[in-house]
Every structure is written in C-alpha cells, then in structure tokens.
Design a protein around this ligand. Sequence first.
Ligand code: RB5
Length: 149
Amino acid sequence: MDYTGKIIAVGCDHGGYLLKLEVLKHLSERGIKYRDFGCDSLESVNYPTYAHEVCRAVQSGECVCGILLCGTGIGMSMAANKHRGIRAAVCADTFSARMTRAHNDCNVLCLGGRVTGFGLALDIVDAYLDTDFIGGRHAERIAMFEEFK
Ligand code: RB5
C-alpha cells in the first residue's frame, strides 16, 4: 500500500508503551504519518480505552489502519475485535503479519511489548504494512465476520 496522505492510528497501554515509542520512531523514519492516541507513560492504564480510540479512528476512515500495543497484544486484539469493521490480529512473527494482511485484510495490528523484541516487532510492522489484501474468496470470508457482530 502507498501510505502517502494516509494516517496510521497507534495506541498502547503501559505494557506496550516502550515498544510503541520504537514503532512511532520507525514510522517516522519511513515517512509514514501517524496519530498517537496514547497512553503516554508507564503508568498503569486500562487497555480497552486505547483500543476503542484507535478503532474509532479506523472505523471513521480518519486512519487507514491501526497498531495497538499492550503487554501481550492479546487484550488489545480482543477489545478491538468487538468493533464493527475491525479485524485485529496479534502477531509475533512476520509470516503471520503478512498473511493476516493478505488473507484477513487485518486493519489493526496488535503487538505484545512483553513478548516481542524491538527488532522483530519492527520487522513485523514492515511485513504488515508492505503486504496487500489479495481479495477474491478471502473477501467473502471476512464479510462473514460482520454477521457475528
Ligand atoms: C497489563 O498488565 C496487561 O494485562 C496488558 O498490557 C495486556 O497484556 C493485556 O492483554
């Protein structure tokens, strides 16, 4: 995808805060614009608050996709997947990151700040951002998710 003129929504809790700083730096280095929805420190916060803000920005079209970070990435993905039109996936490897874009049209990537090291996490972000949805039969399948929400 060409990210020119597009904005990525980013949010975290305290467990994902340090990794978020690395991700934001990486996005800047790639010349990709982002909107940071917080949190802004290591102080304990409730991750669903930030998942909701990021998902709303993706749902409204303000942001083309989102990246959410917590300790494991799991809580963020659970909260995000409650939102209509949101397809969130936790990834801890680059193959899953590519496949969740190509087959699931994942629009919110979730990362675990206490699981995945900085170097791998940034590779995962790149694999995610640089893969396109292939559509076809996969479009029919992801459309079925909405019937459950
Ligand atoms: C916070 O302690 C932790 O529960 C959170 O970051 C996340 O891992 C939840 O899934």
